[in-house]
Write a protein that binds this ligand. Structure first.
Ligand code: AMP
Ligand code: MG
Length: 485
């Protein structure tokens, strides 16, 4: 009999030296129950499943049943966590294989929370249900906001408790990503075994993600610059929607340019660059406004890991590396400006745009105005009847903005139409996320499913869902997010 869920697996990771992974099978759980299955994603990946065999699917996606196609392994990597270098590796995630989609795309299929591995250190190898639902919801939110991200195929309840700050129900999440190669994977290759396997990793990453680079004069530099461009684009996207990743350690930064590792992430409400919600980020290292600087810092870790592959002449390597790395700020800034222009419906470049944008952001910050809603009001041309928006400063700014649109020989209505593709009407508001997760933990999945539906069409305003735009006053002041470990 065929399996209840069918993969079209390949496994190239095992072609790398065994230094990069450990074969390990998931630890079976007590009573797996499939709670969520992402049917749209399954279809896109070309993973047919038999809906009449839900219980078998739960067994496969919890790791209880190993279907023959799988080669389960945990990946080794290192990373800088809050600036400190350390050895890491998949401590609770197990790669089942690489799914080849009907379009020929390759995706890692990984079980998160599937049990201990040789890299677990003191951890239990498990994940708790609310944290996995959170990852499912937030990664879907980013996907529908059209931001590169890992995705979630399923959540399976394990029927086992996990012990955190309190006892919580456990779960396994099936994560789908273009790959799990991280900046930290390169740091691992460079810093252990005398760097003997760095070139293998670089060749693998290029073949997998940037096959066109194979002809480049300096492959390591060309590779780095591709990663840099993808990262810049990703951060610009996060900044566009007010997303705060929360834990941009180098092990959580993927070479393929996808958002990965949904722990303490959250969306900013009131515009404030210093916004940080993560309970452990006491210094604000990963605050909203710091994200581009941290991306640059992480890229400096990547290029220093690549140095031996850039040139065997150390001085030459450093010179080339510095020249590449220093391109980031200007590259990022230009893309950020383009993005902000698009949030204001502008398509052409004017030297005073930065000033216009900064004035709006400065006003928002001073007023603690909601980032998402302010752009929504501008694009709809309707403002709430509150003191914040009945402001002469804002009026003056709007009149300058209108003149700026007119310079492009377009109508304001035209500009506003294009804004609707860029400025979301709906994001997963923190209080909604928490309410959905706490109901789910008590057995009521309804608020979660409602929120999931709202965030699946973030750019389409639906008047019946207006309450999803509301932000309760001062909720954020005490709001904290956790790594979910
Ligand atoms: P993260 O904060 O999710 O990026 O995880 C940092 C490191 O801790 C990675 O090596 C994880 O695999 C590991 N880790 C996180 N949670 C657990 C856990 N419950 N058991 C074992 N390892 C874990
Ligand atoms: Mg991580």
């Amino acid at each position: 009999m065929s399996a209840a869920i069918q993969f079209n697996f390949d496994t190239t990771y095992t072609n790398l030296p065994s230094f990069f992974f450990s074969e390990v099978v998931p630890t079976a759980v007590a009573n797996p129950q499939l709670v969520l299955l992402n049917q749209g994603l399954a279809q896109r990946l070309g993973i047919p499943f038999d809906e009449n065999r839900i219980s078998e699917i739960g067994k496969i996606l919890s790791g209880n049943t190993l279907i023959p196609e799988t080669t389960p392994l945990a990946q080794a990597y290192a990373g800088h966590q809050f600036g400190n270098f350390t050895m890491l590796g998949d401590g609770r995630a197990i790669l089942l294989g690489e799914q080849i989609s009907p379009q020929g795309e390759r995706y890692d299929i990984q079980l998160k929370g599937a049990g201990r591995t040789p890299y677990s250190r003191g951890g239990d190898g498990r994940a708790h249900f609310a944290a996995m639902l959170r990852e499912y919801l937030m990664s879907e939110a980013l996907h529908y906001l059209r931001i590169p991200t890992s995705r979630s195929l399923a959540v399976v309840w394990t029927g086992e408790p996990v012990y955190r700050e309190r006892t919580r129900p456990g779960a396994v999440l099936t994560r789908v990503a273009k790959s799990h190669l991280r900046v930290g994977t390169f740091e691992y290759a460079k810093n252990f075994q005398g760097g003997a396997y760095l070139q293998d990793l670089l060749n693998y990453a290029i073949a997998r993600h940037f096959p066109d680079l194979d002809e480049s004069e300096n492959k390591a530099i060309a590779f780095f610059e591709q990663v840099m461009e993808l990262q810049a684009a990703l951060i610009v996207d996060w900044m566009r929607v007010g997303f705060i990743h929360g834990v941009m350690n180098t092990d959580n930064m993927c070479i393929a340019g996808e958002t990965i590792d949904y722990g303490p992430c959250a969306f900013m409400n009131a515009y404030e660059p210093k916004t940080v919600f993560s309970s452990i980020d006491t210094q604000g290292r990963y605050a909203y406004g710091n994200q581009p600087y941290i991306a640059h810092w992480n890229l400096s870790c990547l290029i220093s890991a690549l140095l031996p592959a850039i040139s065997s002449n150390k001085e030459e390597a450093v010179k080339l590396a510095e020249a590449s790395l220093q391109k980031f700020p200007a590259f990022y800034e230009a893309q950020w400006l383009d993005m902000m222009r698009s949030k204001l419906g502008l398509t052409q470049v004017d030297v005073k745009d930065k000033q216009l944008i900064d004035r709006l952001l400065g006003w928002m910050q001073g007023q603690k105005a909601d980032f998402t809603n302010t752009f929504f009001y501008l694009q709809e041309g309707i403002f709430p009847d509150t003191a914040t928006y009945q402001s002469s400063i804002l009026e003056e700014w709007i009149s300058d903005w209108e003149q700026r649109i007119a310079k492009e020989n377009r109508s304001k209505a035209d500009a506003q139409t294009t804004m609707r593709n860029v400025n979301p009407a709906f994001i997963p508001r923190n209080h909604r996320v928490e309410a959905a997760l706490s109901a789910a933990e008590k057995g009521d999945m309804e608020p979660f499913h409602q929120l999931l539906e709202v965030i699946q069409q973030p750019y389409l305003f639906r008047p019946s869902l207006e309450s999803y735009q509301e932000v309760p006053e001062s909720f954020d002041e005490n709001y904290q997010t956790f790594c979910g470990t």
